[in-house]
Design a protein around this ligand. Structure first.
Ligand code: PEP
Ligand code: MG
Length: 911
């Protein structure tokens, strides 16, 4: 077609020239129309103007050189093929002008139908329509033609010339009320002719010109309007939300019009080749006789199930079923389809690989393997960790109308309903009575741990995705909504207010940790079958559950593929046991700070306040057996697997009461003349230890170097627990990890002391204890070669590495201003959620390379929150880490993604 094009850059492709791989150039719709054309399916002829033409137009405000000529040539070829000319007064060719970007942006950009109609060709269209049968022959042809013309003026006016759409709507309403009806279909040809006049007046009023009668001018203006719709405000917003790059541009499809509204033997419909909700095989779709696609969207009449088409038009129905089977086989995936029947002739208007639910994604991937259409590598590629994570959370059954009263940050997914409580103690009490509770706080702190364990869900009015509440809840797999700032929490009064309503302790609320929505009252919740499977209570070989079987099969394949090991972050025996059932191959981070809370707090106070010689030692001695017991429990649960125990990290004053509260208590007690010597000493200590920037203060290794005996006690507890485990016939593999190291000298100092203790405790028990460090201070990453000399392993603490790499306070910034950064596109996702490959990721890469260069056998892992984030797992695979460590509930997600990382990098890595 069109030989003269060869000298120009090619901007226009006939449908017969493209294929489904050309989505970048032809957009999704154009590429798939081309693919169907080449399969010999009945696609109305047409052509696609490329995204490159759009990009050039948007950059300069002008059509690129050669485009006009190429459009002309393709239009002429189309006219020859159809035996009609665009807008011919006798028998017009009409076309639709449709947007179609690489990524689907439903309803975001523009479409103009019926281009080519004018005052003459409307008559020709009517004559041609009456040549057929059905309604059109019996006088409906005029009506059909005038209705098509008024639709063109309306769409063209609104889209191309920015005429306010309401004015057309208003004129249509007036025409209907003049006729005494609410239904468009009651308007006859004369009414519609009158409406065309009214529309033209509206057009003139707003544009200062007559509605263009030249078909070619209509076409050119419509094409420009589609280009420009790429930068419409709503499209920009949508792209930002969906993280679609801004510079792709849209293709424009110029397609011969076919009409589903030519009588009862015409119609339009949508279909899926499988159920997009469950993945079940079968025919799913809707059909609307005597209608255009836009009528379906407008809901003018109710559609019927696609199966009913069999009665209405068996030939088209059978042909459609054949095409659906063909498309599935060709695309090797679920397809969705739009079609129109024009007087008994079936036309395919669109197809694409269909969107589906998380459950359907797994089920369909499994089915396609069974059908021999794809292999297991491809099945693994077709699902993802985000879908698996979704399947692991309980869900709300939101069938009835539940309106949220507030929206916060979906901090830890899942769905939970329960009685509102405001304190940890009350949560524990009520949970002990068998009640499901939601712990509501302004923000949580380590003291709330028991309450969080007891609660079904956690709701806070402050804090982001890495706030204490969020991190701890994710670790426990507990639902959490954080930063719901419409909620005013009043803990002393035991109530919160939201949207003018007061919720008291004892009232019921429901929170959705995926969407961040908060509901008043109880929304019913369903447990996850996938978790039941991971927990071992559903056997995939013996149950009739397509989802569980598909998950089992794909997970098994991922495990066989992956190179990265997956460990877990767990601080208790219970968490460790659960993570092990979920497939964890060790503990990558056991935080020891919770072991200093609860009834041990008093010992910590003694440790901090120690004045006289011997007091500190006594406190440490009392803590030792308690810590040892904690570690023994964990080593038992992880028998035979490595356990990385991190020495205490947070500043010690976090274990003391807050300054303000203490100051008030002391003042009140002094007023009453009570003996407050102890409280005063505590207050003085808290004041002494107060820091402006505690995250950059006395914490981690610095604490170990400043408080004599603290790390030594922990090292001894770990070594003794390991020996006890070995003596009891188990295999403990402890790895002691030093937090917040920035210089090798820090690590060397800790190491020297630790080695002595270990040698003394371990003796000939056969226990081997590794000593390594976290890499979470940028300086540590940049001096990794030196640090590796003193470390047998590195574990990247990407939470702190992100905090210190960006200079973002991890507890504050997400709620404070990330929304603006996301809005401005400074980043597409919080760097606390998914690793910032270019910056923080570069630090990881440098440290991994330089660390391994200095010590070839250096074991490398990651234990920040990123260890369970799908995209970050791929990055850690690429960088060559040995393992990722994440909260127990993310373990299956990390296993899956580690397998996908191998498949996607084309590796055949198998462990
Ligand atoms: C980290 O900083 O990434 C880390 C795992 O340590 P924490 O979150 O306990 O500071
Ligand atoms: Mg840290």
């Amino acid at each position: 077609m069109a030989a003269q094009e060869t000298v120009d850059h090619k901007y226009v492709y006939d449908f017969s020239e493209g294929n489904k791989e050309l989505k970048d150039l032809l957009g999704g719709k154009g590429a798939n129309l081309a693919e169907m054309t080449n399969l010999g399916l009945p696609v109305p002829p047409g052509f696609t103007i490329t995204t490159e033409a759009c990009q050039a137009y948007l950059a300069t405000g002008q059509q690129p050189d050669g485009l006009a000529g190429q459009i002309e040539a393709h239009l002429e070829a189309l006219e020859r093929e159809m035996g009609k000319r665009l807008g011919d007064p006798q028998d017009p060719l009409l076309v639709s002008v449709r947007s179609g970007a690489k990524f689907s942006m439903p309803g975001m950009m523009e479409t103009v139908l019926n281009v080519g109609l004018n005052d003459q060709s409307v008559q020709g269209l009517a004559r041609q329509a009456s040549g057929g049968g059905g309604q059109a022959a019996s006088g409906g042809a005029d009506r059909f033609a005038w209705d098509s013309y008024r639709r063109l003026i309306q769409m063209f006016g609104k889209t191309v010339c920015e005429v306010p759409g309401e004015e057309f709507e208003h004129a249509l309403d007036e025409a209907k009320s003049a006729k005494g009806t609410h239904n468009d279909l009651d308007l006859d040809a004369d009414d519609l002719r009158g409406l065309v006049d009214a529309y033209k007046k509206i057009f003139l009023k707003h544009t200062g010109r007559e509605f263009p009668q030249q078909p070619r001018e209509q076409l050119d203006l419509a094409i420009r309007a589609v280009f420009e719709s790429w930068n419409a405000e709503r499209a920009i917003l949508y792209r930002r939300q969906e993280r679609i790059p801004t510079d792709l541009g849209t293709a424009v499809n110029v397609v011969t019009m076919v009409f589903g509204n030519l009588g009862p033997d015409s119609g339009t419909g949508v279909a899926f080749t499988r159920d997009p909700a469950s993945g079940a095989q079968g025919i799913y779709g809707d059909y609307l006789a005597n209608a255009q696609g836009e009528d379906v969207v407008a809901g003018i009449r109710n559609t019927v199930p696609l199966q009913e088409l069999e009665q209405l038009d068996k030939t088209s129905y059978d042909q459609l079923l054949g095409i659906m089977a063909r498309l599935e086989e060709h695309y090797k995936d679920l397809c969705d389809i739009e079609f129109t029947i024009e007087r008994g002739k079936l036309w395919m208007l669109q197809t694409r690989v269909g969107k589906r639910t998380a459950a359907a994604a797994f089920v369909i991937a499994g089915q396609l393997v069974d059908e021999g259409l794809i292999d297991l590598d491809e099945a693994l590629h077709r699902v993802n960790g985000a879908q698996l994570a979704q399947l692991m959370f309980p869900r709300f059954q939101l069938d009835h109308e539940f309106q949220p009263v507030a929206k916060g940050i979906g901090a830890s997914p899942g769905a939970a309903s329960g009685t509102v409580v405001f304190t940890s103690a009350r949560a524990v009490e009520m949970a002990a009575e068998g009640k499901s509770v939601i712990l509501v706080r302004r923000e949580t702190n380590p003291d709330d741990l028991n309450g969080m364990i007891a609660a079904q869900g956690i709701l806070t009015s402050r804090g982001g995705k890495t706030s204490h509440a969020a991190v701890v809840a994710r670790g426990m797999g507990k639902t959490c909504v954080s930063g719901a700032d419409e909620i005013e929490v009043n803990v002393p009064a035991k109530r919160f207010t939201v949207a003018g309503q007061t919720v008291n302790e004892g009232d019921v609320v429901s929170i959705d940790g995926t969407t961040g929505k908060v509901y008043l009252g109880e929304v019913p919740v369903m447990p996850s079958e996938v978790v039941q499977y991971f927990e071992g209570s559903l056997d995939p070989e013996h149950i009739d559950n397509a989802l569980v079987r598909a998950v089992h099969r794909i997970m098994t394949h991922a495990d066989g593929k992956r190179r990265l090991a997956v460990r877990t972050n767990a601080d208790t025996g219970a968490d460790a046991a659960r993570a092990r059932r979920f497939g964890a191959e060790g503990i990558g981070l056991c935080r020891t700070e919770h072991m200093f809370l609860g009834d041990r707090r008093e010992l910590v106070e003694r440790l901090i306040l120690a004045r006289a010689p011997g007091e500190r030692e006594a406190a440490l001695e009392a803590l030792l057996p308690l810590q040892r017991a904690d570690f023994e429990e964990i080593f038992r649960e992880m028998d035979g697997l490595p356990v990385t125990v991190r020495l205490i990290d947070p500043p010690l004053h976090e274990f003391l009461p807050p300054l303000e509260q203490l100051a008030v208590n002391v003042a009140v007690a002094q007023e009453r003349g009570e003996d407050v010597a102890k409280e005063e000493a505590l207050l003085a200590a808290v004041r002494r230890m107060h820091e402006e920037n505690p995250m950059l203060g006395l914490r981690g290794v610095r604490l170990g170097l400043v408080i004599p005996g603290l790390f030594a006690m922990q090292v001894r507890a770990i070594a003794e627990a390991a020996v006890a485990c070995a003596r009891g016939g188990g295999v403990a593999k402890p790895e002691i990890m030093v937090p917040l190291v920035g210089a090798v000298q820090e690590l060397e100092t800790v190491r020297a002391e630790a080695e002595k203790i270990i040698a003394e405790v371990v003796g000939d028990s056969g226990v081997e204890v590794l000593i390594g460090t976290m890499i979470e201070v940028p300086r540590a990453a940049l001096t990794a070669g030196q640090i590796a000399e003193a470390a047998e392993f590195f574990s990247f603490g990407t939470n702190d590495l992100t905090q210190m790499g960006w200079g973002f306070s991890r507890d504050d910034v997400e709620g404070a201003f990330f929304w603006r950064y996301l809005e401005l596109g400074i980043f597409g996702i919080s760097p606390f959620e998914s690793i910032d490959r270019d910056g923080v990721g570069r630090l990881v890469r440098i440290a991994a390379e330089e660390g391994r260069a200095a010590r070839p056998g250096l074991k490398l892992g990651v234990c920040g929150e990123h260890g369970g984030d799908p995209d970050s797992v791929h990055f850690f695979h690429e960088v060559g880490l040995d393992y990722v460590s994440c909260s127990p509930f993310r373990v299956p997600v990390a296993r899956l993604e580690a397998g996908r990382a191998v498949v996607e990098t084309g590796g055949s890595d198998s462990r």
